[in-house]
Design a protein around this ligand. Structure first.
Ligand code: ITT
Length: 195
């Protein structure tokens, strides 16, 4: 099965492709703009973006909306992670947390899939800690300052894509999507062309 991904972030394509190929899914970048509505819910943002993209592209597709929720900051930046990254960045987050003992945070990912005749949402999280300083050069966004609690103390940016996929919010949600696709289309019946 081929699925389009609506994103401007090539790292998402790389991470999701690696997971989904184990389920026989070939992911490709759909060349249309992801339209993001204002909402505090990643699920609402992902689903609305997927619906708008589907109404233009009319092919099976997915949208990933994700964010970093920091406990000591009341969940900030959460759904505003992309804007926060572009404005105050990694250093800005470290400044906000300076001197605060609670470094706990979770990445959340919502994946909305429109695979006619179905519309589905998958949500997963990866919890861990914000480091005192950035470490590593891999990945994207807040990867250099996040260590997953299930890991060995390295940040996501110090891991290969395969390693990050063992723990990440995105890979967990993608595995749920893969299982659902496998279960739903197991008799080799492809998705119907239209909703
Ligand atoms: P698209 O909207 O085009 O898909 P984006 O990067 O802007 O790409 P989001 O709107 O979902 O994606 O914003 C999520 C932000 O949260 C992203 O810019 C990062 O700053 C952060 N983020 C989400 N997942 C992350 C991850 O796995 N590693 C590091 N930062 C992440």
């Amino acid at each position: 099965m081929r699925l389009g991904l609506v994103t401007g972030n090539r790292h998402k394509l790389e991470e999701l492709s690696l997971v989904l190929r184990d389920y026989g899914v070939e992911l490709y970048m759909l060349g249309i703009q992801k339209i993001e509505v204002q909402s505090e819910s990643l699920e609402v943002i992902a689903l609305e973006a997927a619906r708008r993209a589907y109404s233009k592209a009319r092919v099976p597709l997915i949208v990933d909306d994700s964010g970093l929720f920091i406990e000591a900051l009341g969940g900030f930046p959460g759904p505003y992670s992309s804007y926060t990254y572009k404005t105050i960045g990694v250093e800005g987050i470290l400044r906000l947390l300076h001197g605060l003992p609670n470094r706990r945070a979770c990445f959340h990912a919502a994946i909305a899939a429109i695979v006619p005749p179905y519309e589905k949402l998958f949500h997963a999280r990866s919890c861990g800690f914000i480091t005192e300083s950035p470490r590593g050069t891999g990945g994207f966004g807040f990867d250099p300052i996040f260590t997953p609690e299930e890991g060995d103390g390295r940040t996501f940016a110090e891991m290969s894509v395969e390693e990050k996929n063992r723990y990440s919010h995105r890979a967990k949600a993608a595995r749920m999507l893969g299982e659902w696709l496998r279960e739903t289309f197991k008799r080799g019946v492809g998705p119907s062309k239209h909703l």
